[in-house]
Design a protein around this ligand. Structure first.
Ligand SMILES: Nc1ncnc2c1ncn2[C@@H]1O[C@H](COP(=O)(O)OP(=O)(O)O)[C@@H](O)[C@H]1O
Ligand SMILES: [Mg+2]
Length: 258
C-alpha cells in the first residue's frame, strides 16, 4: 500500500517559495511536498516564516517566486469550487459564533452546493447527513444543535475540523491549530488530524510550536529557521542535533518544547 502511494502525485508540492516584505525575506526558496495520507509538521521559532509559508500554500498570499501545486494544479489557478480541495484550520477556530455546531460544519459544504442554496442555508439531506457524520467523527454529535460560542475551545476546534472534513478535501492546512488550547485538548485535535490523514488519505500540513507534539503525531518534519528550510526529515530522524539547528540551545526532552 505504502509503495503504491509513492507513484501517486503528492497532495501538495511547494517549489522554491520566496516571499519578501519590505526588503526582508519572510521565506526563502522553500520546497517540500506532502503525500497522500501523510502528516507533515512544520516547526520553527516565532518569526521563522511559518504563517507566511501557510498563506502561500493556501493561495492567500502570492509568493514572489516559486509555485504551489495541489495534486496536478497550480494553487494560483484554483478558483471557486476547485478551492474546496484545500481545507484550512485556524488557530482561532474561525467559527460563526451565533450558529450551531452543525451549521458551522455545513459551511464546509458551501464549495459543493450552488451559491444561492448556500446563502439560503438550503442544504440537502445528503449534505446534512455528511455534516452529522463529520461531527460524529470528532465526537460532537450530541452538541450538533449547540451554539458554537457555548462550546469549549477544544470543542470549537473539533467543529472546525469537522467543517474541514465536510469539505472532502485532498489537503488540510493548519497553522498552529493547537496554540490556543490546553495540552489535553491540543493532543485531542492532533489525534483527529492524524486519523484523517491515516484513515482518509488526506495530506495534512500543520505548524506546531511544540516539538513533542510533532514527535507524537507527525510522520515528517519540515523545519524553518529565519525563512529557510533547514530540516526535512522523517520524524524518527528528528534528533537532538536537528532540534538544536532549529531552536539553538535547549534540550528536546526538557519539558518537550522550546
Ligand atoms: N504582512 C507582513 N508585512 C511585513 N512583514 C511581515 C508580514 N508577514 C510576516 N512578516 C515578517 O515575516 C517574518 C516571518 O513571519 P511569520 O510568517 O509570521 O512567522 P511565524 O509564523 O513563523 O512566526 C517575520 O519577520 C515577520 O515580521
Ligand atoms: Mg505564525
Amino acid at each position: 500500500m505504502r509503495d503504491a502511494r509513492q507513484h501517486v502525485a503528492p497532495r501538495l508540492t511547494a517549489v522554491g517559495l520566496t516571499k519578501t516584505f519590505e526588503g526582508h525575506a519572510a521565506i526563502q526558496d522553500i520546497s517540500f511536498s506532502v503525500r497522500e495520507g501523510e502528516f507533515v509538521a512544520v516547526l520553527g521559532p516565532s518569526g521563522a516564516g511559518k504563517t507566511t509559508l501557510f498563506r502561500c500554500l493556501t493561495g492567500l498570499v502570492s509568493p514572489d517566486k516559486g509555485e504551489v501545486r495541489v495534486g496536478d494544479e497550480d494553487v494560483a489557478r484554483l478558483h471557486g469550487r476547485a478551492r474546496r480541495r484545500i481545507a484550512v484550520v485556524f488557530q482561532q477556530f474561525n467559527l460563526v459564533s451565533r450558529l450551531s455546531a452543525l451549521d458551522n460544519v455545513l459551511a464546509g459544504r458551501l464549495g459543493h452546493v450552488p451559491a444561492w442554496r448556500g446563502m439560503l442555508r438550503r442544504f440537502d439531506r445528503a449534505d446534512r447527513l455528511l455534516a452529522l457524520e463529520c461531527l460524529d467523527r470528532v465526537g460532537l454529535l450530541r452538541q450538533a444543535t449547540q451554539r458554537a460560542d457555548t462550546l469549549s475551545g477544544g470543542q470549537q476546534q473539533r467543529v472546525a475540523i469537522a467543517r474541514a472534513m465536510a469539505q472532502r478535501p485532498s489537503l488540510i492546512v493548519a497553522d498552529e491549530p493547537v496554540a490556543s488550547l490546553d495540552p489535553a485538548a491540543g493532543a485531542g485535535v492532533l489525534e483527529l488530524l492524524q486519523g484523517i490523514a491515516r484513515r482518509d488519505g488526506v495530506g495534512v500540513v500543520c505548524s506546531l510550536h511544540q516539538v513533542h507534539l510533532a514527535r507524537s503525531f507527525a510522520d515528517r518534519v519540515v523545519g524553518l529557521s529565519q525563512g529557510r528550510k533547514v530540516i526535512d526529515s522523517p520524524i524518527a530522524r528528528f534528533d537532538e542535533r536537528a532540534f538544536g539547528q532549529l531552536y539553538g540551545n535547549g534540550t528536546m526532552n526538557a519539558g518537550g518544547s522550546p
